[in-house]
Design a protein around this ligand. Structure first.
Ligand SMILES: Cc1ncc(C[n+]2csc(CCOP(=O)(O)OP(=O)(O)O)c2C)c(N)n1
Ligand SMILES: [Mg+2]
Length: 327
């Protein structure tokens, strides 16, 4: 039996992500949040499960669907919300928005608007960490790189897998297979739909887990991270998941049946974990009610923080186009 406190903590984290993003959708329609907005709703078990396997010194490279990753990594909801409002108090000074959350403190090396764009960044980070660890005679930190099924169809993915395997770099390739790349279904864009099998072409160990089950993700991610940490080189973990919402706020969702979405909703990771807690013999309702209050308060505070944040003065607009060298 898994520790009840741990299960409740996972539940609270997934609820925070769910409610935070529901609020983001609302704020988007009110034009408080502008630009692109890609929601992670339905996929929370992946981000929360994976983070259980990572240490504070490990690095994370994310995608444009990264609010859940950032929250699960422990970035403050206020700094994320302010970023989406375009305020200077945002984690990327309000210059990146939803797709470019970044936080050096937690080694969260960014969302990325470019599909697969994080993969070479992750390989570079892992190379740096490995060289450092070799020099110090220590274990390397893990770089966990999230990417979607869409990225696996790109050249960058194959180049990165090859190089990481060849140089035995400490990368955890974390594929979030939600079966769609925008409106393109997996079997329309991949000749081999068992994505994890592609890892064999690079002699990279791989596994598949149920991405709707946070405990299965946690287990799979722990095995994967241990393998990477022990110096055996990269590992490919495919999490099979599903997004309940549209690709982005602009998507009319004409490419999939409502019945398919409803079917997947019966596997909602939050409801599934509640069932699991209750199967262990204890009710979770009162805990959920308490978590709902806590997360509602956290989200309200994040919005207040974003609302009272500062707009960047126009004279500063050209700052950071080039890096600022210290005098
Ligand atoms: C290099 C590149 N090509 C195309 C796009 C346009 N685009 C944005 S999202 C997306 C789909 C990516 O799907 P996937 O990797 O499965 O991630 P998901 O949205 O399912 O999380 C595409 C093709 C892009 N942003 N970057
Ligand atoms: Mg996808």
């Amino acid at each position: 039996m898994t520790d009840r406190h741990h299960l409740l903590d996972l539940l609270r984290q997934m609820l925070l992500i769910r409610r935070f993003e529901e609020k983001c959708a609302e704020l988007y329609t009110k034009q408080k949040i502008r630009g692109f907005l890609h929601l992670y709703i339905g996929e929370e078990a992946v981000g929360v499960g994976v983070m259980q396997a990572l240490r504070s010194e490990d690095a994370i490279v994310s995608t444009y669907r990264e609010h859940g990753h950032a929250l699960a990594r422990g970035m403050s909801p206020g700094s994320i919300m302010a970023e989406m409002f375009g305020k200077q108090e945002g984690c990327s000074r309000g210059r990146g928005g939803s797709m470019h959350l970044f936080d050096r403190k937690t080694r969260f090396y960014g969302g990325n608007a470019v599909v697969g764009g994080g993969l070479p960044v992750a390989v570079g980070l892992a190379l740096a960490d490995k060289l450092l660890a070799d020099k110090m005679g220590t274990q390397p930190n893990v770089t966990c790189c999230f990417f979607g099924d869409g990225a696996v169809a790109e050249g960058e993915f194959h180049e990165c897998m090859n190089l990481a395997a060849l140089w035995r770099l400490p990368v955890l390739f974390l594929c979030e297979n939600n079966r769609y790349a925008m409106g393109t279904r997996l079997d329309v864009s991949h000749s081999m739909t068992e994505l994890s099998k592609k890892a064999a072409a690079y002699c990279v160990p791989a596994a598949v887990v149920d991405g709707m089950d946070v405990l299965a993700v946690e287990d799979g991610a722990k095995t994967a991270a241990e393998s990477v940490r022990s110096g055996q080189g990269p590992y490919f973990l495919e999490c099979r998941t599903y997004r309940f919402r549209a690709h982005s706020m602009y998507d009319p969702e004409l490419y999939r049946d409502k019945a398919e979405v409803e079917e997947w909703k019966t596997r909602d990771p939050i409801a599934a974990l509640m069932r699991r807690i209750e199967a262990d013999g204890s009710k979770a309702d009162s805990n959920v009610a308490e978590f709902e209050c806590q997360v509602a308060k956290e989200i309200d505070e994040s919005i207040a923080f974003a609302e009272t944040g500062t707009w960047e003065p126009v004279v500063d607009l050209l700052r950071f186009v080039y890096s600022e060298q210290p005098a």
